[in-house]
Write a protein that binds this ligand. Structure first.
Ligand SMILES: C[S@@+](CC[C@H](N)C(=O)[O-])C[C@H]1O[C@@H](n2cnc3c(N)ncnc32)[C@H](O)[C@@H]1O
Length: 449
C-alpha cells in the first residue's frame, strides 16, 4: 500500500548508519536520481542494499536503482516525503494525500519561528512528515506527538521516527486532537492547510472556503488540550473581517474560557481578497461572493501565538507586523514583555530605558499664518517589529532623555520639573505610556531582557 515499510529495527539501524557514513546516498534520496547498479555497489555494501530494499527505500529494476520517496535531513533529523518528480525529472500529478515536503520555504519559516526552549509534552498537529515533532524530540522536548489526518503522512512520520531511532515520539492518525486520548500538551505547534478553496484537491492545502476551517478548530481545542503555562504556535493564512481583526476572532474561537488565554499575532504579509481572487483566474467572481459573504477584508499570513496563563492576571491581545529581521527571539520577547506588563504595569518604574537605535521620527509641518508649524509626529521602527505610532511632542522629547542611565521614575520627575508634563499627571499613566513605547520596541530595557 505504501512504498516504504515499517520493517525490522536492525534494518532501520543499518539504514541510519549508512546515511551517516556516506553522502553518496544523497544521489538517491535528495537528488532523487537513478543510480546504476555498479556505482551503487561501489558505495553501498550488499547487506546495506538488502536492508534498504526490505524497508522499501529503493527499487531496483533493469540495472538501475531509484528511491520511491524523498529522504532529506532537516535540522539534524531525517524526514521522508513523497516525490514530486520522477527520477528523470517528469512532474508527477500530486495525489490527494501527498506527504508534504519538509524542505519547502513555508515549512522552513514555520520551523524557524518555533521556540526551542525545553518542554515536556510537544504536539505537532497537521504534522505531515512529522518534522517539527522529530526535531523537538531530538533536541528539547521530553515527549513529542505527531498527529495527521492522512494515514499516509502518519506512516511516513512513523517510518522517520524509527529511522531516527527516536523512542520519545508518538505518531497518531486522526482529525486534529482526536488521537490524543486524554494526553495534554504544554506546546502545540501547527502548520495546517490554510488556502481558501472552492473544491478540495489536496488534504495538505484545503482550508475550506475561508481558509480557516482547520485553524479555527485547532484554536477551539486549546481549552481542552493546552496546559496552563503552555502555548500554541500556528503559522497560517487567516482573515480579518469587518470590525473583527484576526486576533479578536481567535479570542472568540477560544469560547467561554477565553480569559485564560493571551493572544499574540505576528503578521508576515497581507493579501487583499481581490488579489487572491485575481490569482485564481476564472473563479474571481465566485471568490468575491464568498469573501463578501464572510465579510473578509484582508488575508493575513501570520504566526498565531496563544498562551494559557499560569497565573490569575488579566489576559492580553496584541498584533504586530513582522519587519525584515523579525525572528523567533523577537516573538518570544513579545510574549515575555506583554506577560510582564500584564502581570504588573508599574514594574517598569525601576527600569532604565534607552531609545532604540533604529527608531525614526518624522514630523509633518504645515504652513500656518505664514510659518511652518509642526502638526504631526510619527515614530517608526522596523525591529523587532515594523511599527508606526503617532505621538505627542513630549514623547519625542522623552525619547531624547532615555539613555539607559535614569529609571522611569526619575524620568517622570525630570519631565515634570522641566514642565514637559503636567504636575498632576499620575505616575501610573506615565508608566502606561512607557509600557506602550517598550511594547512597540521604541524603548529597550536591558534589565528586562
Ligand atoms: C501544509 S501541510 C504541513 C505539514 C508539516 N507540518 C510541515 O510543516 O511540513 C498540512 C498537513 O495537515 C494535514 N491535515 C489536514 N487536515 C487535517 C486535520 N483535520 N487533522 C490533522 N491533520 C490534517 C495534512 O494531511 C498535511 O499533512
Amino acid at each position: 500500500m505504501y512504498p516504504i515499510r515499517l520493517g525490522a529495527v536492525e534494518d532501520f539501524e543499518i539504514a541510519r548508519e549508512l546515511l551517516l557514513r556516506t553522502n553518496f546516498t544523497d544521489r538517491l534520496f535528495v537528488d532523487g536520481a537513478y543510480v546504476d547498479e555498479a556505482t551503487l555497489r561501489q558505495h553501498v555494501s550488499a547487506p546495506e542494499i538488502d536492508a534498504l530494499d526490505r524497508l522499501g527505500l529503493i527499487v531496483q529494476e533493469q540495472g538501475k536503482t531509484w528511491s520511491p520517496v524523498q529522504l532529506h535531513p532537516v535540522d539534524g533529523v531525517y524526514t521522508v516525503f513523497d516525490r514530486w518528480k520522477t527520477p528523470d525529472g517528469k512532474q508527477l500529478e500530486g495525489r490527494e494525500d501527498i506527504v508534504y515536503p519538509s524542505i519547502v520555504a513555508n515549512t522552513r519559516l514555520f520551523l524557524d519561528l518555533l521556540p526551542d526552549s525545553p518542554c515536556d509534552s510537544f504536539l505537532d498537529l497537521c504534522s505531515g512528515t512529522g518534522v517539527a515533532a522529530l526535531i523537538a524530540a531530538s533536541k528539547y522536548a521530553v515527549s513529542a506527538y505527531a498527529y495527521d489526518i492522512a494515514p499516509r503522512s502518519t506512516h511516513f512520520a512513523e517510518f522517520a521516527r524509527r529511522l531516527n531511532g527516536l523512542s520519545n515520539v508518538t505518531t497518531g492518525t486522526g482529525d486534529l486532537y482526536e488521537p490524543a486520548d486524554g494526553v495534554t500538551f504544554d506546546r502545540v505547534v501547527a502548520h495546517p492547510p490554510y488556502v481558501p478553496v472552492l473544491e478540495s484537491k489536496w488534504i495538505f492545502f484545503d482550508g475550506g472556503d475561508d481558509g480557516e476551517r482547520v485553524t479555527r478548530r485547532i484554536v477551539e481545542g486549546l481549552p481542552r488540550y493546552l496546559r496552563p503555562g503552555g502555548s500554541l504556535y500556528c503559522l497560517a493564512m487567516a482573515s480579518d473581517r469587518a470590525d473583527q481583526p484576526l486576533e479578536q476572532r481567535i479570542r472568540e474561537w477560544l469560547g467561554a474560557e477565553h480569559r485564560e488565554f493571551d493572544i499574540a499575532v505576528v503578521v508576515r504579509r497581507v493579501l487583499e481578497p481581490e488579489e487572491f481572487a485575481l490569482k485564481t483566474g476564472r473563479d474571481a467572481k465566485k471568490w468575491k461572493e464568498v469573501f463578501d459573504a464572510h465579510h473578509i477584508t484582508a488575508l493575513p499570513y501570520a504566526m498565531m501565538m496563544v498562551q494559557r496563563k499560569a497565573t490569575g492576571r488579566l489576559p492580553f491581545t496584541v498584533r504586530r507586523q513582522s519587519g525584515p529581521q523579525t525572528s523567533r527571539a523577537d516573538h518570544e520577547w513579545l510574549l515575555d514583555w506583554e506577560t510582564r506588563i500584564a502581570s504588573d504595569a508599574t514594574a517598569i518604574l525601576e527600569q532604565r530605558p534607552s531609545a532604540a537605535p533604529g527608531c525614526d521620527l518624522r514630523v509633518l509641518n504645515r504652513i500656518t499664518d505664514g510659518d511652518w508649524e509642526p502638526v504631526e509626529y510619527l515614530l517608526s521602527i522596523d525591529q523587532p517589529f515594523r511599527m508606526e505610532m503617532k505621538i505627542d511632542p513630549w514623547i519625542a522629547y522623552l525619547l531624547t532623555r532615555c539613555d539607559g542611565t535614569k529609571t522611569v521614575s526619575q524620568l517622570f520627575d525630570e519631565l515634570k520639573s522641566d514642565g514637559v508634563i503636567l504636575g498632576e499627571t499620575p505616575q501610573a499613566d506615565f508608566a502606561q505610556v512607557v509600557n506602550t513605547l517598550g511594547s512597540g520596541g521604541f524603548l529597550s530595557f536591558p534589565a528586562a531582557g
